[in-house]
Design a binder for this molecule. Structure first.
Ligand code: CTP
Ligand code: MG
Length: 216
């Protein structure tokens, strides 16, 4: 199944405490976080288009790094992750789209294969990990309730959709001025379609905190 990928790199990475965007952090002497996440999709012949979404002030730098790849295109990021995805979606040309955080460079290729297979029969799917912690709802420092642990999952990316579905959901969110914490939530709100889970992998972490850099 052919698909486009939106690779999100337009954040600031402020929680890593680096003095630059974490996607440019070197995982080894050769490759940065962004190089590594990009290479996963460059290697997949089914991925015919990769849209790297980057901050306007980093666009020139990112373009000069990757413009040699014919399937790579560039879009400007927005103030929020959701706005960045929306800008990327405008350029998507395949009927199916993967949305992936560039800050998750440890994604394994077999998971891309499982997501593609799932998207053959579903309108929406994403990687999820069952929670091993008990999760409680808290307000103003007091516990309100405990969620049933075997129903609690943590969402990862890629999150994958029929392009028209996720585009319409993003447009509805723009009209309603609503911000979700991930793309699947927009489908929950506006999509009227089931969202299938694919079991993710604990190693597919999002580089977020300084400890994620020292462990990488
Ligand atoms: N992202 C984006 N556009 C934004 C914000 C985030 O494209 N306006 C991207 C980031 O580059 C990252 C992914 O979305 O790959 C997940 O976001 P997050 O981990 O929150 O990254 P940052 O926003 O960069 O980090 P922080 O919140 O610590 O500043
Ligand atoms: Mg952020």
């Amino acid at each position: 199944m052919k698909y486009s990928t939106i690779l999100l790199a337009a954040g600031k990475g402020s929680r890593t405490n680096l003095d630059y965007n974490k996607v440019f952090y070197h995982l080894d002497t050769e490759r940065t976080v962004l190089d590594t996440s990009l290479s996963l999709f460059l290697k997949d012949p089914d991925c015919t288009q990769i849209i790297i979404v980057c901050a306007p002030y980093e666009l020139d730098e990112v373009q000069s790094l990757y413009s040699q790849y014919p399937q790579v295109e560039f879009a400007q990021g927005g103030e929020t992750r959701q706005a960045s995805v929306y800008n990327g979606l405008k350029k998507v040309c395949e009927n199916h789209v993967f949305i992936h955080d560039a800050a998750r460079p440890f994604l394994k290729p077999y998971l891309i294969e499982q997501l593609k297979k799932t998207l053959e029969t579903e309108n929406a799917c994403l990687l999820m990990i069952p929670s091993t912690d008990t999760v409680k709802i808290v307000e103003a420092g007091y516990v309100i309730k405990t969620l049933t642990r075997d129903q609690v999952y943590r969402a990862q990316t890629p999150q994958c959709f029929k392009t028209e579905l996720i585009r319409k959901c993003h447009e509805k969110a723009v009209t309603a001025k609503k911000t979700a914490t991930d793309d699947a939530q927009l489908v929950e709100w506006y999509g009227k379609t089931p969202i299938r889970i694919v079991y993710g992998d604990e190693e597919n972490t999002k580089i977020t905190l300084p400890s994620d850099l020292s462990n990488s």
